[in-house]
Design a binder for this molecule. Structure first.
Ligand code: NAD
Ligand code: DAU
Length: 339
């Protein structure tokens, strides 16, 4: 079995590579990544020279290069993690989100059509469903919830999902889609809430909470997401969407306070800043379908996962300190300087 993993130098893709090498040591894994600001070869250092692992630098939207890779590598399965993934960046500049997330997906689908694969798996997001109101805790996203996007990021991810459905129905490409809630864990780029708050707190810098901090996200430890995708590859049905979520809703402000407490930092570092434009209020996945069909359940309790994550950032300062001392400084100034 040979799996082409796109976006494998990013947060979830790299964790998926580690998970799959551990769980299926006989599989051959080919990681394809453009190495944007979010891709980091240091993350893959432990597997780089190992047997049954290949790294190829390429852009999923580059048709000729992608066709060439399919021709030489002949993957049985493709798992597409490659994407521009940060909502705030999509608000600042949507174009690259359409280029990579929509047109890049189209190129991969065309390659699958042309060369044939056993499965193409699209890693999507719960953000395609829009948001839920705070005063209706009884409501959850199911696979039947209509797509209703808010940000250029979520619109690009929903567009890619629709393309996947079209290629399944029109050309018979065997596709599965998973829509997961917010992930956290090792190797997450420090532009996202949890690693950003850990990095800032450790530097005694302000902790920028958008709006009133009351927005709710459904947090899932990244390894649980990887396990779900593995199950979908093994037992999932082509043409099916699977929602993946942690049943672990938390307000942003509670997460930030928890990080302060764990790092023994004062809550006075918390600074309320101008809200994100179009900010989704609440995400909450009902994972009943994947549980019933494939037997998947999240295994990591948030209390344990967040401690493991904080420990990882403490033990791997060189990984993220290099990031936050480089081009990230300009990003940070643009995003938070005048907020
Ligand atoms: P990330 O930003 O950490 O990593 C993205 C990776 O894709 C990087 O390595 C980057 O170099 C690569 N990439 C970007 N553009 C590329 C291109 N044109 N060609 C090839 N490679 C390219 O993202 P992540 O958080 O690991 O998310 C991975 C996937 O999971 C995305 O599709 C995202 O939409 C989805 N997702 C993320 C979350 C989450 O909480 N982070 C939750 C649900 C779904
Ligand atoms: O739900 C899945 C999605 O989760 C994925 O599809 C996205 O790729 C991923 O980035 C994530 O999107 P969010 O926008 O929910 O994640 P983020 O970490 O950017 O923000 C989480 C919440 O924290 C959100 O309500 C905004 C808030 N926030 C974020 C940052 C970076 C702050 O209050 N302050 C911040 O500085």
């Amino acid at each position: 079995m040979k799996i082409l993993i796109t976006g494998g130098a990013g947060f979830i893709g790299s964790n998926f590579i580690f998970y799959m090498r551990e769980t299926h040591p006989d599989y051959e894994l080919v990681c394809l990544d453009k190495l944007t600001y979010a891709g980091n070869l240091e993350t893959l250092a432990a597997v780089m020279d190992k047997p049954k692992f290949t790294f190829i630098r390429a852009d999923i939207a580059g048709r000729d290069a992608i066709y060439g890779i399919f021709e030489t590598e002949k993957p049985d399965v493709v798992v597409n993690f490659a994407a521009e993934s940060h909502v705030d960046r999509s608000i600042e500049n949507p174009s690259i989100f359409l280029q990579t997330n929509v047109l890049g997906t189209q190129v991969l689908l065309d390659a699958c059509r042309r060369y044939g694969v056993r499965r193409y798996h699209q890693v999507s997001t719960d953000e395609v469903y829009g948001d839920l109101p705070l005063d209706r805790p009884d409501l959850f996203f199911t696979e039947q919830t209509p797509l209703h996007t808010s940000s250029p990021y979520s619109a690009s991810k929903a567009s890619a999902d629709l393309l996947c459905n079209a290629y399944q129905r029109t050309y018979g490409v065997p596709i599965t889609i998973s829509r997961c809630s917010n992930n956290y864990g090792p190797y997450q780029f420090p532009e996202k809430l949890i690693p950003l708050m850990i990095a800032n707190a450790l530097a005694d810098k302000p902790l920028p909470v958008y709006g009133e901090g009351l927005n709710v996200r459904d947090w899932l430890y990244v390894e649980d997401h990887c396990a779900a995708i593995d199950l979908i590859l093994e037992k999932g049905k082509a043409g099916q969407v699977y929602n993946i979520g942690g049943r672990n809703e938390m307000k942003n402000i509670d997460i930030v306070k928890l990080i302060c407490k764990a790092l023994d930092k004062p809550e006075s570092l918390i600074t309320y800043v101008t809200d994100r434009k179009g900010h989704d209020m609440r995400y909450a996945i009902d994972p009943a379908f994947i549980h019933r069909e494939l037997g998947w359940l999240p295994e990591t309790k948030f209390a344990d996962g967040i401690q493991k994550t904080i420990r990882w950032y403490l033990d791997n300062k060189s990984w993220w300190e290099k990031i936050v001392s480089g081009e990230y400084q300009n990003y940070y100034e643009r995003m938070y300087g005048n907020r």
